[in-house]
Design a protein around this ligand. Structure first.
Ligand SMILES: Cc1cc2nc3c(=O)[nH]c(=O)nc-3n(C[C@H](O)[C@H](O)[C@H](O)COP(=O)(O)OP(=O)(O)OC[C@H]3O[C@@H](n4cnc5c(N)ncnc54)[C@H](O)[C@@H]3O)c2cc1C
Length: 543
């Protein structure tokens, strides 16, 4: 067919740049919290993440989602999941970079911050494969409940080799871990679990029951909750037994999900499935919470990373696209939208790296107390902001934002997930109330962190005082939980930005989020804000 027109004014794809170095807030956070030693590796990972090849892996892994094979061709159960090669390429890079293990392998100061930065950078390529990477990282602290299981599994889980496939764990170059808590009748309230665990003479247990959500079912082992004689208990369930035979792990179905499509999320059934007890009977929640604390941090990292990816796409587009005689980025109203999104993203990044730093420093009782409360606050708020940012950033690309050929549609579909799993919004907000009621030192540590910026911005000081007042009133506290947690998150983010971000970013945040000079949609920053400086800082520099 003859050409009818010349294609002009389409933004080039955002490729061939260093995803890490382009993110000033992340680079500064890494330096601030003792992880400067990781900059070379993060830069290399950032360059890899910015390649067209890696971006294409992300697209393909989602366009060709995993396929379940319950039976082989002769009718024997196999319960295997087949992935597109791009999934394996993504996971190979993630595991090779230690995103599943580096703080355990090399626990030096800043190790969690470095890993958080790497996870953030690489998740900008694709979110789904981060699920088993995150769960493998998170399983290690929970395994500390049993020295024998720890010694057996941790060397496999912390290997930097990705070795896909169901084989004897002891023969594999590396293993991955998942978790099975949610059942049909309850996910938040896992006390309602009905899966039964019967103790055997040899010390193992046999599990019978089901799980309604168990992601990444091709992992080598799972931490699973089940009811034993003395109550809800945590178990290690390998997919292949030490003698090489398959453990019973019948995958009934893979979920047909809104987003996160590259990642398989399954409904497994257990039928006399062999399991090893992890921790005491009746202490299942106490045991697995060590894993949940880590995956909650990854929800914060994942959502901060997603928001950063959204801002990068939107700012890049606006820099290249013209309308009404000029570049979109030069239009005052578009700049307001972009700056507002960039402020949200930077606030999320600032909180995310601070939480990773608290994880690094959790031998210190104040840092551990701060982390207990701030992690629940951060999980609630940062993961809640993802979908709003994704929706607005998508609109910055106009119609292209709504089309699957561009990355925004995938980011938008991925965005709500982190607020659902590992404690949905309300559950996290209620967890904040629990920490406030039971652990006064956690509130002390939180307040001390906020106070580090005391006197620097009157709007922050007033918001902190309002928060104290609100927290002093315990009437209808459950009904008010979201409002309280939101205020806590904003005050904490404000304190971090006032101390560490450029003046334009901190001023925009305090004016809008704390001072109330703001509308209900993004793009409603007050006119006095220096949107040009904020957008310039947030825009990825592509060679
Ligand atoms: C893509 C994906 C992957 C997942 N992977 C896994 C996995 O690997 N392993 C696993 O175990 N689970 C997994 N889950 C399940 C997830 O953790 C649960 O869906 C989640 O914990 C919520 O449980 P539920 O679906 O049973 O909802 P429910 O517990 O029924 O909650 C429904 C709503 O009620 C709210 N709610 C609950 N209690 C209260 C209360 N007291 N007051 C006010 N509101 C309340 C919740 O916040 C939520 O909004 C996954 C989910 C998704 C979407």
């Amino acid at each position: 067919m003859a050409d009818t027109h010349e294609v002009t004014n389409q933004a080039p794809p955002l490729v061939d740049y260093d995803v890490f170095s382009a993110d000033a807030a992340l680079v500064e956070g890494v330096q601030r919290y003792d992880a400067g030693w990781a900059v070379d590796d993060l830069t290399a990972l950032g360059r890899r993440a910015g390649t067209a090849e890696a971006q294409e892996w992300g697209r393909l892994a989602n366009d060709y989602p995993p396929k379940l094979h319950t039976l082989d061709r002769t009718g024997h159960r196999v319960d295997e999941v087949e992935f597109h090669p791009s999934w394996h390429s993504l996971t190979t890079v993630a595991i090779g970079a230690g995103l599943h293990a580096s703080p355990w392998v090399d626990p030096r100061p800043g190790a969690h911050v470095a890993r958080a930065a790497g996870f953030s950078v690489w998740s900008q390529v694709e979110g789904g494969h981060g699920c088993p990477v995150s769960m493998t990282h998170a399983a290690v602290p929970a395994l500390r409940a049993d020295q024998t299981l720890y010694d057996e599994w941790v060397p496999r889980l912390t290997s930097y080799s990705y070795d896909f496939g169901l084989r004897r764990p002891q023969d594999k170059a590396g293993c991955l871990a998942g978790m099975g808590m949610t059942e049909k009748q309850g996910g938040s309230d896992v006390r309602t679990n009905t899966t039964r665990a019967v103790a055997q003479a040899d010390g193992t247990y046999l599990l019978t029951g089901h799980k309604w959500f168990t992601s990444a079912p091709m992992c080598d082992m799972f931490l699973v909750l089940a009811q034993a004689a003395d109550g809800l208990t945590c178990f290690v369930v390998p997919r292949v037994l030490p003698d090489g035979t398959r453990n019973t792990f019948r995958i009934q179905r893979l979920k047909d999900k809104l987003g996160n499509r590259s990642n398989a999320s399954s409904e497994p059934e257990f039928d006399n499935t062999v399991a090893w007890r992890l921790g005491d009977e009746g202490r299942g929640v106490r045991t697995i919470i060590e894993m949940v604390m880590m995956t909650r941090l990854d929800c914060v990292i994942g959502s901060a990373s997603l928001m950063r990816a959204c801002v990068s796409q939107a700012a890049h587009h606006a820099r290249h696209r013209q309308a009404f005689g000029g570049y979109l980025v030069d239009k005052p109203l578009m700049r307001n939208v972009l700056a507002d999104l960039a402020v949200e993203s930077e606030a999320a990044t600032a909180l995310m790296v601070r939480l990773a730093a608290a994880t690094d420093r959790s031998d210190d009782t104040d840092e551990a107390a701060f982390r207990r409360l701030a992690l629940a606050v951060g999980k609630y708020w940062v993961s809640k902001r993802g979908p709003n940012v994704a929706a607005e950033a998508l609109e910055c690309l106009g119609g292209n934002g709504y089309v699957e050929d561009f990355p925004m549609a995938r980011l938008y579909r991925e965005a709500p997930l982190n607020s659902i799993w590992e404690g949905s919004g309300n559950v996290n907000a209620l967890d904040v109330l629990r920490a406030l009621a039971r652990e006064p030192q956690a509130w002390e540590a939180f307040r001390n962190e906020v106070a580090l910026a005391g006197g620097a911005d009157a709007r922050l000081d007033r918001a902190a005082a309002r928060l104290e007042q609100e927290l002093g009133d315990t009437s209808e506290i459950e009904t008010r939980a979201r409002r309280l947690v939101e205020q806590m998150a904003l005050v904490l983010q404000g304190s971090l930005l006032v101390r560490h971000a450029p003046a334009a970013v901190a001023d925009a945040f305090c004016a809008s989020r704390l001072g109330g000079d703001w509308g209900h949609a993004f793009g409603t920053l007050p006119a006095a804000v220096d949107t040009e400086a904020i957008v310039e800082r947030a825009t990825p520099k592509v060679a």
